[in-house]
Design a protein around this ligand. Structure first.
Ligand code: TRP
Ligand code: SF4
Length: 400
């Protein structure tokens, strides 16, 4: 009844490259078949560092969304939307800011790291300090259970969990909570109710995590519970009040193994990328002029694939047979580097063919993309509004 929800966001950085594809996007594309997914453009987050270059956001957003669609993110499976079109994120951010200790924000490692890295910008701003809280609002407003992110984002998910816990602790207690919880337990039916009480005792008295997990499963399987009863019983397990906001788990995205053309990590700032809808001729040229083993100066010199960025591409794109051919041919000077690169060129072009095909449709008719996002925003907004109703009520802002 309560399927786990996946949510993730990306700041609009413009055209995406193969590194994004083999890391984040391939993962999203897999997840969209396994869970209800929400994927969004974090345009407000982009403003935390690009507040002085507002003109870039729109183009970067549309370019990025077309890349998502081109790569195979499917709007009939996942909900795609833009953060700034769901203003409820800002309301939740504001309300949570009232109970967020400054020290928690200052301790988030990305805060100092980014300030030190982006020295050309004044990042001593309120918005930048609040970056993780806005991210927490993005996640909590959808009661998302799982958040696929790279390793660098894990502290933000940890922070989100702490905020959710603090919020529930402060606002989750309703008057007469114990009595209400007892009433809710009755609705489980006598057999389940007894098991629930046992599991709760085992968790509270002995701290058995497995009992907590079992109780969560029990609640998820209880088909006849209302949302309110369900949440109350979730909260009661841990002794607190109602669980208004849900603590999410990070789902670590494996770092992309995609190297750049020079063997360093593929990144726009290193100028070593192949973008997702790049012109075929440009791709051929980039790979043909790619660095190889520096020891292999002449065609007759033997080389070592381990010292060559092209080999890294073979590890992603080639089967065992081709890899064997590279290893043998390189080490014996049996093949030339241009020859060696050809299967990589073919594979990258083949991978991009369906992407270019899908992208063409959206490039020719940008209204299609606008419509997909408008639909997604509407769906997201409904979910966000439901949570906000509960949040306002919990804080006591639902008065007339
Ligand atoms: N901070 C994330 C990044 O830079 C982007 C982001 C914003 C995000 N809100 C989010 C990711 C919510 C996951 C969930 O990659
Ligand atoms: Fe690199 Fe292939 Fe040339 Fe060997 S033959 S140096 S692996 S490009």
């Amino acid at each position: 009844m309560y399927a786990e929800k996946v949510l993730s966001g990306m700041r609009p950085t413009g055209r995406l490259h193969l590194g994004h594809y083999h890391g984040v996007l391939a993962n999203w594309i897999k997840l969209q078949h396994e869970y209800p997914c929400l994927f969004f453009v974090a345009d407000w987050h982009a403003l935390t560092t690009a507040y002085d270059e507002p003109g870039t956001i729109a183009q970067n957003t549309w370019d990025m969304v077309i890349d998502w669609l081109a790569a195979g993110v499917d709007p009939s499976q996942a909900t795609l939307f833009v953060q700034s079109r769901v203003p409820e994120h800002a309301e939740l951010n504001l309300l949570m800011s009232m109970m967020t200790p400054l020290g928690w924000l200052e301790r988030v490692p990305t805060y100092k790291d980014q300030q030190e890295k982006l020295t050309h910008k004044d990042l001593a701003t309120y918005g930048f300090l609040g970056y993780p809280l806005l991210q927490a609002a993005d996640i909590l407003i959808y009661r998302a259970n799982r958040v696929p992110v790279g390793e660098d984002q894990v502290p933000h998910i940890e922070f989100t969990r702490e905020i959710a816990r603090r919020f529930n602790h402060l606002y989750g207690r309703e008057p007469g909570f114990e009595d209400k919880a007892k009433e809710s337990i009755k609705k489980l039916g006598s057999k389940r109710a007894k098991l629930y009480e046992e599991l709760r005792t085992r968790y509270q008295e002995k701290g058995e995590e497995s009992a907590l997990e079992q109780a969560h499963v029990l609640l998820d399987e209880a088909q006849n519970l209302s949302h309110g009863d369900h949440e109350r019983l979730f909260g009661y397990l841990e002794g607190g009040g109602k669980m208004i906001l849900v603590e999410p788990d990070a789902m670590l995205t494996e770092a992309s193994r995609m190297p750049g053309l020079d063997g360093q990590k593929m990144s726009k700032s290193y100028g070593n990328t192949i973008t997702l809808r790049e012109d075929a001729e440009s791709i051929r040229k980039k790979i043909r002029t790619m660095q190889t083993d520096p020891q292999r100066v002449r065609r007759t010199d033997a080389g070592d694939p381990e010292k060559c960025p092209v080999w890294q591409f073979h590890l992603i794109y080639s089967n065992d047979e081709v890899r064997g051919w590279v290893q043998e041919g390189c080490r014996s000077a049996g093949i030339g580097c241009i020859e060696c690169k050809q299967p990589v060129i073919d594979a990258v072009l083949a991978e991009q063919e369906p992407m270019r095909e899908r992208a063409r449709m959206y490039e020719e008719d940008p209204q299609l993309v606008r419509n997909i996002i408008a639909d997604g925003c509407e769906k997201a907004r409904k979910l966000a509004q439901e949570t906000m109703r509960d949040v306002r009520e919990a804080i006591g802002l639902d008065y007339t």
